[in-house]
Design a binder for this molecule. Sequence first.
Ligand SMILES: [Zn+2]
Length: 196
Amino acid sequence: MIKKKVIVLDATAFYAGIPLSSFSHPSIQYYTTSSVLNEVRHIKQSIDAMDLLVNTGKLIVADPKQEYIEEVRAYAEKIGEYDLSDADISIIALALMLQQSYEVTIASDDYGIANVAMVMGLSISYTTSRGIRYPGKWVRYCKVCRITYNDASKVCRVCGNKLRSRLVSSWREKEEQKKREEGREGERKEGRINES
Ligand SMILES: [Zn+2]
């Protein structure tokens, strides 16, 4: 049997202004979590359309079980994605939970959500931006001292500067690891193969 299609919407999907017509698709069921709904209620001026969707059953408000929330948190921590809100986590966890019975896609424009979702093997569709090309691990670094931090530090422990973040994809990380193992050999000439 073909699994029913489900789309889990995060707050950015609502801000992007989803056309009501997209909810008329008979075989797609939309979901969101109560924390996202509350967030949108606080920010959006007009929530009539959203309430209509909830009242007509096109949009189901459901919350993930604690075990799924914990699984998402563990993944987020593993890849250094520390800036996700509880609402963000709830969306990924709900998608994970619903995936047991449905074909699930997360609709979000949030880089952090997309990153964690991709690493967890969940599918993502972008509402406005061009999206991210590959999942990766966030690494914080000090531009001044060139020190990399693999924890949730916000400022450099040496100079006190605000840390920057950069996304290191798994393949790039492997490449950098390899370079470190090869040691510093000064300028590496392009096309040269290291033999040892
Ligand atoms: Zn520094």
